[in-house]
Design a protein around this ligand. Sequence first.
Ligand code: C5P
Length: 209
Amino acid sequence: AVAPVIAIDGPAASGKGTLARRLAAHYGLPWMDTGLLYRAVAMGVLTRGAALDDEPVAVAVARALPADFADDPALRTGEAGAAASRVAALPGVRAALLDVQRAFAAAPGGAVLDGRDIGTVICPEAPAKLFVTASAEARADRRYRELAARDPAASYDQILADIRKRDADDAARAVAPLVPAEDAILLDTTHLGVEEAFAAARAIVEQRL
Ligand code: C5P
């Protein structure tokens, strides 16, 4: 039988992380948030005082990334996301992070991975592929609500501009651009609440596994 690998891709703040976490809990599968790998590499490059397009340094950081690096709140900021998107455009970095992702996906009982190229590059054989989208405005609105609770200076317009920039960068890059796999099922969460999106995702997964 095919291991139940669930591949979830989509743009920033589409809700794919929440769906991945909930699907993993629901099916009792391990979950890897692959964006965290790129975020950790970006922060490592900056910590070394190097530029985000310094490929040899970024590749060295990626190779040295411990498999159990801490999920630090500093990795979750918008700045870390933007920096991650820079190192993610370096082919050597993507190549250096391939094995850790493939090894995770090869767990005998299956796994859930979310990112930008899981269904296309990392796990092209995954039986269940979701491509989660939402309008840029809906995504900016969700990010804004999350941030405004902690940061009164948060600006919706700035968040929307950042999301549009990251979408454009991720879609335009030469290596592993953000595109749905041919056999991915699209899930547009623009008008869905968290529970509705989760139910829709489960229905898609169950149709494939
Ligand atoms: O998903 P997240 O926002 O944490 O990802 C941060 C950045 O890392 C993305 O904008 C993207 O450029 C990059 N990324 C990637 N491939 C993945 C996961 C993330 O290129 N599988």
